[in-house]
Design a protein. Structure first.
Length: 365
């Protein structure tokens, strides 16, 4: 019963014909058992309820790719030790391991031998993260003692790991890569293969690939996990969309294109695929915006709309479940109330088992 009520509430969100009295069912895109609606409007509240998210089509090198698990790392040459120029007692440490630091930020304070307190601040142009702390509050340290280590995060390595495969010979230094981190999978981070370790680890049977990425905002931490795609074939860009925006139906493929508040279901022809994108050969144009999240709900609502609308008029469904256009003079508001009561009191209905089956059928489709 909850599934049926939820479906009806979704239908009210998407199609005005289900919003209550004052709407002619014959004008509905779902009326009479017709094919599911291919155009409908959503207001801001409905988009929020369905968590609609979208992305523009873009030209990408959808070519032969090699995908592997990857982790972010700091460049060894981009790490530095911070030491005081004088000895003394550490009064406090203002940073923690993993914390982001910038030029001019106070790191720790020293009570200088012979008197006086000095603050030690980060100098130079380094922007990065605290990697290690080698001293604590209250300790007496000498001049030049390594207090902490900082890694510059404006340029980083992505360490890719993959199981041994003949494709290893297709990977070369200088090839382009695309990295997607688990914390932000929609972000495209582009890099270049810097070096390859082709020696297979005897225990894990894996090999390593290292890509260099530019991160001028220093907003990527070391140790993050994601995937790295290496483009090993022709890099001619083609029109592409995120893979999760493409849905399948009876061997065909389609997407939902959104423009303002208008949503359109559009058939597409797909081509090559990567781990995150798929080539679109026909059906879309540059700068079209496709639904990437909430598209499954839109599909379910469209299909459910045909079936629920056919059976929610107080009539007994016939054997072939065909829909009928109604012109019986009944007030639609009364019909809606009758359906609602039917949903709450199945024990008094002679056809409750059949209605439950219909509701489940809608959900399965």
């Amino acid at each position: 019963m909850k599934k049926l009520l939820l479906t009806l509430s979704f239908l009210t969100l998407v199609n005005p014909a289900f919003a209550g009295p004052g709407h002619d069912h014959a004008e509905s895109a779902f009326a009479g058992g017709a094919v599911p609606a291919t155009h409908f409007d959503l207001n801001d509240q409905q988009m929020s309820n369905l968590d609609i998210q979208s992305a523009k089509t873009e030209f990408l090198p959808i070519t032969d790719t090699f995908e592997m698990l990857a982790f972010t790392e700091l460049l060894p040459e981009k790490q530095a030790s911070i030491s005081p120029r004088f000895g003394g007692k550490i009064l406090d440490i203002a940073v923690k391991v993993g914390q982001e630091v910038k030029k001019g930020q106070r790191l720790f304070s020293l009570e200088r031998v012979g008197g006086g307190t000095r603050n030690v601040v980060l100098s130079g142009t380094m922007v990065g993260f605290v990697l290690n702390l080698h001293a604590g509050v209250g300790e007496i340290v000498d001049a030049g003692c390594n207090i902490l280590e900082i890694g510059d995060a404006t340029q980083m390595l992505v360490h890719g790991v993959a199981y041994e495969t003949p494709d290893i010979t297709a990977i070369t230094v200088g090839q382009k890569t695309e990295i997607h981190l688990d914390i932000d999978p929609d972000r495209h981070i582009h890099g270049t293969i810097q070096r390859i370790n082709r020696v297979i680890d005897p225990e894990s049977r894996t090999f390593s690939v290292y890509a260099l990425i530019e991160t001028p905002e220093a907003d990527i931490q070391p140790g993050l996990q994601g995937t790295m795609e290496i483009f090993t074939g022709d890099d001619t860009p083609v029109l592409a969309v995120p893979k999760r925006s493409v849905l399948g139906e009876l061997g065909a493929h389609f997407v939902y294109v959104i423009k303002g508040q208008e949503v359109e279901k559009r058939d597409v022809t797909i081509g090559a695929k990567t781990g995150h994108h798929i080539e679109i050969k026909s059906g879309l144009f540059p700068n079209d915006r496709v639904v990437t999240n909430g598209n499954y709900q839109l599909q379910y609502i469209s299909i459910g709309g045909v079936q629920d609308h056919d059976h929610d008029h107080g009539e007994e469904p016939n054997d072939d479940h065909e829909g009928h256009a109604h012109d019986d003079g009944h007030d639609h508001e009364d019909e809606g109330e009758e359906d609602s009561h039917a949903g709450h009191d199945h024990e008094n209905e002679p056809h409750d088992d059949h209605k439950d089956n219909d509701a489940h059928s809608d959900h399965d489709h």
